[in-house]
Design a protein around this ligand. Structure first.
Ligand SMILES: N[C@@H](CCC(=O)N[C@@H](CS)C(=O)NCC(=O)O)C(=O)O
Length: 241
């Protein structure tokens, strides 16, 4: 089998670190499924110049995408990618465990409740490392319009983001106090989604993440143990620029 090409996004000063909550899901999935791949690192601005050359699609370019030479196919969007990997490589370890709908539901919960507070916690750091001036100004404009405040004010209001993230994590912590993984005995897409979102804060605002989220609930070591167990699967391939 030829290795799958996996497009991941790099930030200035963090070369070859999978910081993105979106691409990280697919790195986890490829590692856990033992599917051979090679990373193609691109910058935020290259999402717009390089991705369309691969997808040849009219859809707005986003990362992650994969290109599977074995079937001559490009797949865009992390949910579509995990479904593709599950059906195309049925002998690799399963991550949806025959429960696609339930995993989709959980994914939607995380997108709605967890993604945004984590993003707000990190958005000034992403902006600082975004690369070109053009990308930086578009990034700032879009987020400041959305949040109706400056990125610096979003940065300063981190206690609010932490509170919101911890609220969203409540049912997740509770589930992990009953089961080793979020969908039971085996690691699954649900674990990947939460671990990937948290990983962004781990990379970009490590002190706040560690003190207030990872160890944010007194006497709850189950959650941090689960997170540490997950990060062991965040390996890197022999990647190329
Ligand atoms: N739903 C998509 C979201 C991907 C996404 O938004 N990726 C970011 C990079 S981390 C991106 O491509 N942003 C560029 C844009 O939205 O214009 C997925 O899960 O793959």
């Amino acid at each position: 089998m030829r290795p799958i090409k996996f497009y991941d996004v790099t930030l200035k000063g963090l070369s070859r670190v999978s910081w993105s909550p979106n691409t990280c899901k697919i790195r986890y999935a490829l590692n856990l499924k033992n599917i051979p791949y090679e990373t193609v690192w691109i910058s935020l601005s290259q999402i717009f110049s390089e991705i369309p050359k691969v997808t040849k699609s009219a859809d707005g370019p986003t990362a992650p995408i994969i290109f599977d030479e074995n079937n001559d196919i490009a797949v865009q969007d992390s949910w579509k990618i995990i479904k593709y990997l599950e059906t195309t490589y049925p002998n690799s370890p399963k991550l949806l465990h025959g429960n696609e709908g339930l995993h989709y539901l959980f994914y939607q919960y995380c997108e709605n409740e967890l993604y945004d507070p984590i993003f707000r916690l990190n958005c000034l750091d992403i902006w600082r490392r975004a690369g070109s001036k053009g990308v930086q100004s578009a990034f700032r404009r879009i987020r400041e319009e959305k949040y109706n405040m400056t990125l610096e004010d979003v940065y300063e209001s981190w206690p609010e983001h932490v509170k919101e993230a911890n609220k969203a994590l409540e049912p997740i912590r509770k589930t992990l106090s009953e089961y080793p993984y979020l969908s039971g005995d085996k690691v699954s897409w649900a674990d990947i989604v939460v671990a990937s979102y948290l990983h962004t804060a781990d990379v970009l605002r490590n002190d706040i993440f560690t003190a207030h989220i990872l160890n944010g609930v007194k006497n709850d070591t189950t959650f941090s143990n689960w997170y540490m167990k997950m990060t062991k699967h965040l390996r890197y391939d022999e990647s190329k620029l």
